[in-house]
Design a protein around this ligand. Sequence first.
Ligand SMILES: [Ca+2]
Ligand SMILES: [Ca+2]
Ligand SMILES: [Zn+2]
Length: 568
Amino acid sequence: MLFFGAGLAAEREFLNRIEEDLSNGRIDEISAIELQLQAVYEPQELPVLYQQLAVDLICDPTPIKAKAKRFFVQANDAQRARLQRWFQRPDSTIFSETIVSPAGYFKIHYAKEGSHKTDPEFARQCAAIYDQVYEYEIDVLGYQTPPSDNYRHGPEYDVYMRNISAYGCTTEEELVPGAGNRAFNGFVEMDNDFTHTPTKGLNAARVTAAHEFFHLIQLGYRGYSTVNDNERFFYEMSSTWMEDVVFDSINDYFFYLNSFFSFSHHAFHLFNGNHEYGSAIFLHMLEKKYGHLIVQQMWQELRNRDLFASLQAVLQLKGSSFNRELAEFSVWNIHTKNRADTVRYYPEGKNYPALQPKASYELSDEMQIDDQSGQLQTATYRFVTRIPGDYTVQPQFDEPSNWLLTAVTRSGTNNGSMLINSGNIAATLYDLNLDDEVWVSVINTRLPGAIYQPQDMPFTLQIIPGVAGTTIENKIQKIYPNPYLPAQHASVMVEYSITQTHDQVGMRILSANGQMIFQQQLGYRTAGYHREEWHGKNFAGDQISSGIYLVQIVATEPLPIAKIAVIR
Ligand SMILES: [Ca+2]
Ligand SMILES: [Ca+2]
Ligand SMILES: [Zn+2]
């Protein structure tokens, strides 16, 4: 059997075959999970059909185990028994040797002989590495210590050095009582020699320790079995980010970036064994803009909210929003390799691959792009100017408040200017010279549901030479449902358009006689179309009574008032 490094994304024979068999109904979800865990732990036991394939390096089966937990309930007895064995600690008669780390935080378990055999000196060095990681993530960065494992094999956190076709894995064990019923404890396994990983030896052990110990920390905030399929990527995104925070010079995460920058239209939350690691650069972007504590704040929020609500809550406190950062992410991702700007964008961006656009075009004449995108997908197009002059990019979206558009113009060594619009507002590109480059990204900001199921929505981009105006008003476009029946409707949606970008847009609800009963600061909103949610409650958090209410959006200037009827 052949093992390929994670950097060779084209060689995803094994995972691709599983995906294919799953979509054809040849195997079910539970079998797919079993096959992936088998590939990590006992590849020799795989069915012959799969053994013949080049089995990919599954970097970390932690999220596969998270998915397995969700399927426990619907598995039959035999399946459940087979899945359950991946959640048990390794056999201590095999992993019989132990070393307690110098600072006493960890106990390393390893085998003296057999297929899991570990060099005792390597195990000793790993023990010291785990202490170093603990001191950085807990003492320097300030994360809360992972919950105790209730003295299993002593008070230390347990790390098992095991021959696996992965870097490492963190397994969720027991619910910690009294922590909102979401915190868990667990244990860590990691490879016994790191000869098959792109980064080898002690450096691989270092990034793995930083990554897996951060998974243990995460479980203390929110166990991975309590999130849905579309939130699980964040565990990998943040653990991969953490590798580079603790060990800046190792850069194992570079190996995931080839795939990330080749498939730039993949959804932000895509979980395919590669993308969720590459997307760690989203957190490197946020770290550079707001400091490293922003990631910790997100984990704190995750104790009480779902993922996207947590991201939104934290970014709103910074005067930003998840949508805005998603739009800026598309701009940062253009500035890598030869286009890198380490002052304004990624500090290590010179080492990142160049983004592959979804398509490339020449700017000369009027043209139209018809395309489509699913939830949280970004479509990036590259244009090269053949006839100098001004150009207008006119987007057409059916639901304008679900879309953002960014445009970056670059000429020669000039990094150019960036523009973020939302909805059907035209982007005007002034004064392009011969061979100037323009990058336009179209971002679908609709949030996904609980299950990965992209629904493509069509859109068009018209490129028109010259400066074309778009007429847009300061106006509340639509309030729905109207009338609003609190017994039936969870909330009210307010759709509006604004002609200018504003740092602090607000929403007010007034009674029919003009008394303000509710107000919310919404933060930064771009010129264009937006949609806000109101839960039908007043300042005190009580449901309001029946009657006519006035809705007001305040941007650079107050928008004309719109009415809503509430019927209880
Ligand atoms: Ca223990
Ligand atoms: Ca680095
Ligand atoms: Zn992981």
